[in-house]
Design a protein around this ligand. Structure first.
Ligand SMILES: [Zn+2]
Length: 73
């Protein structure tokens, strides 16, 4: 039996498909270790956003995301 860890979108709470600890659904994964120059005392923040929530987040950006085409996948 395969052990599957559940991963949820941090914004909407939607469950994302995970198999063998690998996201089988494309999602935005963020990890940030805050350091000395931040107001946060050396903590690691991480979250996952589903594609819909990611699109919603970037739609609020004043400057759009940089998009580079990837030829090799
Ligand atoms: Zn979501």
């Amino acid at each position: 039996m395969q052990e599957t860890k559940e991963i949820f979108c941090n914004q909407c709470g939607k469950k994302l498909k995970v198999e063998n600890d690998i996201l089988k659904e494309d999602a935005f994964e963020a990890k940030k270790q805050w350091g000395y120059f931040s107001q946060k005392d050396a903590v690691l923040h991480s979250f996952v956003l589903c594609e819909e929530c990611y699109d919603e987040m970037i739609s609020r950006f004043a400057i759009p995301v940089e998009i580079t085409e990837v030829t090799e996948l």
